[in-house]
Design a protein around this ligand. Structure first.
Ligand code: DMJ
Length: 456
């Protein structure tokens, strides 16, 4: 089914928005997000590996030809370093490792080089935004006291380690190892990492802590850096398990109805809200269970299972059986969005991602059942003639479509669905880690410095 869904999403993108970043499936035209500046083709690059894995050979070939002829980084564009890294660098790296086609390696390294000026700050903590022509960087104007964002500068590690590996140039890995060093020198309030860090002073901004937006994939990359290093990156490992310990103590709570959730922390006070983005953590806890101290292994799996159940409830308690952007555990509600501007669903993958990890790690059939419910809801409410669209209010009887087919729907949501219903030996966890945009990167095995071997 996910293959048919991919075909529908892809064919319509191709028909109405080919070469542009994303598709507007209702108005049947291109959608350009300023996250990528003038860089074009986000959907193509994000979808390459999904097309490959689903064996959509014709489509993969078209996509590759587009990359060869049209993907151009010599543009005057201010881009989000994080978004371009996870979608474009990540997408190109995976396409290279899966297909072995040199063009993807070349483009990934070329783009990596364009991103390097972002690290020209007093601390080496990169800017959020970078003009890839002038090399001038800055931060989001809304970010606390000119800070960089934890989930942004903390989500470069996997890709940059691979860029050094594939280019032979150590500079990429050095840049991300330095981020680690800066973080390790800092005091952490209650062992937690605030979402804001000033790249000039090297001091934390506001003490907001989140495992959802602004924090999320920083934690994910600590664990995955350790796994991707064939479990040699002991720093990454320690930082991950220490962080999870602090998260459990200070952020994880159980509702009176028995649902485990991860709250947000604002200078010591809890906001009892969990974002859709936070739902990825179920899969992360389960993936990390194996490396936890031996008496904690079962506990980390259990935590993953409980988060999966809570996130499933957030879907089940809506009219459309698709989860809201954020749901609350206060004012008498549990796992329900109470604010109008938190009721939307934009084709996000995190809940299905967690089902996929839980399925692979436990083989409990309920995760496939829950995944199937999501497929039915997507088909019923998000599928339109011109592709797939997000929904403005998942509690409503009638769909109000937001008219965007996000590129991560093709790279993540549909890939994780496909993997959920595939055998475990397709991209097995012993050999692959997924970047935060679901682009698989091979584990770099310590016993063979040999590239060919690592690509199997
Ligand atoms: C994706 O770009 C990535 O999964 C990122 O980590 C979070 N936001 C979107 C999907 O929701």
């Amino acid at each position: 089914v996910s293959l048919q869904m991919m075909k529908h999403a892809w064919d319509n993108y191709k028909r109405y928005a080919w070469g542009l970043n994303e598709l507007k499936p209702i108005s049947k035209q291109g959608h350009s997000s300023n996250l990528f500046g003038n860089i074009q083709g986000a959907t193509i690059v994000d979808a390459l590996d999904t097309l490959y894995i689903m064996e959509m050979k014709e489509e993969f070939k078209e996509a590759k030809e587009w990359v060869e002829k049209n993907l151009d980084f010599n543009v005057n564009a201010e881009i989000s370093v994080f978004e371009v890294n996870i979608r474009f660098v990540g997408g190109l790296l995976s396409a290279y490792y899966l297909s072995g086609e040199e063009v993807f390696r070349k483009k990934a390294v070329e783009l990596g080089e364009k991103l390097l000026p972002a690290f020209n700050t007093p601390t080496g903590i990169p800017w959020a935004l970078l003009n890839i022509k002038s090399g001038i960087g800055r931060n989001w104007p809304w970010a606390s006291g000119g800070s960089s964002i934890l989930a942004e500068f903390g989500t470069l590690h996997l890709e940059f380690v691979h860029l050094s590996y594939l280019s032979g140039n150590p500079v990429f890995a050095e840049k991300v190892m330095n981020i680690r060093k800066v973080l390790n020198r800092l005091d952490k309030p209650e062992g937690l990492y605030p979402n804001y860090l000033n790249p000039s002073s090297g001091q934390w901004g506001q003490h907001h802590v989140s495992i959802g937006g602004l924090g999320d994939s920083f934690y994910e990359y600590l664990l995955k850096a350790w796994l991707m290093s064939d479990k040699t990156d002991e720093d990454g490992k320690k930082m991950y398990y220490d962080a999870v310990q602090a998260i459990e103590t200070h952020l994880i709570r159980k509702s009176s109805g028995g649902l485990t959730y991860i709250a947000e922390w604002k200078g010591g006070l809890l906001e009892h809200k969990m974002g859709h983005l936070t739902c990825f953590a179920g899969g992360m806890f389960a993936l990390g269970a194996d490396g936890a101290p031996s008496d904690k292994t079962g506990h980390h799996i259990e935590l993953g299972a409980e988060i999966a159940r809570t996130c499933h409830e957030s879907y089940d308690r809506t009219r459309m059986k698709l989860g809201p952007e954020a749901f609350r555990f206060d004012g008498g509600v549990e796992a329900i969005a109470t604010r109008q501007n938190e009721k939307y669903y934009i084709l996000r993958p995190e809940v299905i991602e967690t089902y996929m990890y839980m399925w692979r790690l436990t083989h409990d059939p309920k995760y496939r059942e829950w995944g199937w419910e999501a497929v039915e809801a997507l088909e019923k409410h998000c599928r339109v003639d011109g592709g797939y669209s997000g929904i403005r209010d998942v509690y409503n009887n009638h769909e109000s479509h937001d008219d965007v087919q996000q590129s991560f729907f093709l790279s993540e949501t549909l890939k994780y669905l496909y993997l959920l219903f595939s055998e475990d030996d397709l991209l097995p966890f012993e050999h692959w880690v997924f970047n935060t945009e679901a682009h698989p990167l091979p584990v770099l095995h310590k016993d063979d410095g040999n590239k060919e071997e690592n690509q199997k």
